[in-house]
Design a protein around this ligand. Sequence first.
Ligand code: SF4
Length: 250
Amino acid sequence: MEEIKLSFSQINMYKRCPAQYKYRYIDGIKIPPKSQSILGTGVHTGLEYGFREKRINGGDDTKIKNIMKDKTVETIEIAVQTEQIDWEEGDDVNVLKDDGVKMIETYYSEVGKKIKPESVEQEFKLTLNSELVLVGKIDLITKKRFIDYKTGGQKPQDDYILFDDQTKIYSSVLNLPGHIHWIIRYKKKDPQIFIQKREVSKEEIEQTLRDVMIIARMIQQNLFYRRNDIRICGWCGYRNLCYKEGGKNG
Ligand code: SF4
C-alpha cells in the first residue's frame, strides 16, 4: 500500500468523525475557522516567537513578553485580513487582540518566565512501518519535559491528558514526561492557566501505536463512516454538506 503521513490533528479528526476527515483531507474542503481558533493560533505563534528569542538571544522578561504579545496581535490581524472567519458571538478583531495579549500576560507571568527552552517547534517524525509515518511539531522542550500548549474557552477536563495520544507518543520518542499547558480564555473574566502532567507506561504507548495503525489502515482502505452523533454533528462545519449527501443530522 501507498505510504501515508499522519499528524495528530488528522488522527483526532478521524477519531471524532471519519466523514469529517474525508471532507477535510481527502476532498480538501476547508471550512472557515472559528474566531476562537484564530485567537489560539495567534497565542501559539506569539509563544513560539518569544521562546525562540529567549533560547537564541536571551533577554529580560519584559522584552520576551513584548515579542510574544506583538506577534500574537500581528498573527490575529493578518488572519482577519486574509481569511474568512466564522465569528463567534461577542468577538471582533479588537476583542481577539485584547484577549490574546491578556492570555500571553497571564501565561508568561505565571509560568513562561520560569521556562528555559532547549528547543522550540521541533519537527517530529516517527516511521512506524513501510506504510505509515507520524509527523508533527513539538511546541517546546526543556531539559526535563516537553510542553504542548493548548488554548480553549472553558476549563479542561481533569483527565484530558490521560486520553491524549500525542503526549503518549512524544513521551516515548523523547523519553521525557509530557505536560499540557492550557491557556483558557473566558469572555467575562481573566484568563486562567491549567497544567496537566503525566508519565506514560510502555504498555500505553504500545496500545496507542496499535490504535494509530488501525486508523491508518482504515484511511488507506477508504473507510469513512458518518458518526451521526449530535454531540459532534452539532458543531460540525460540514453539517450542511453532510446532510445533503445523506447524513441524518441536518
Ligand atoms: S455532520 Fe456529523 S456525521 Fe457529518 S461530517 Fe460532521 S460530524 Fe461527521
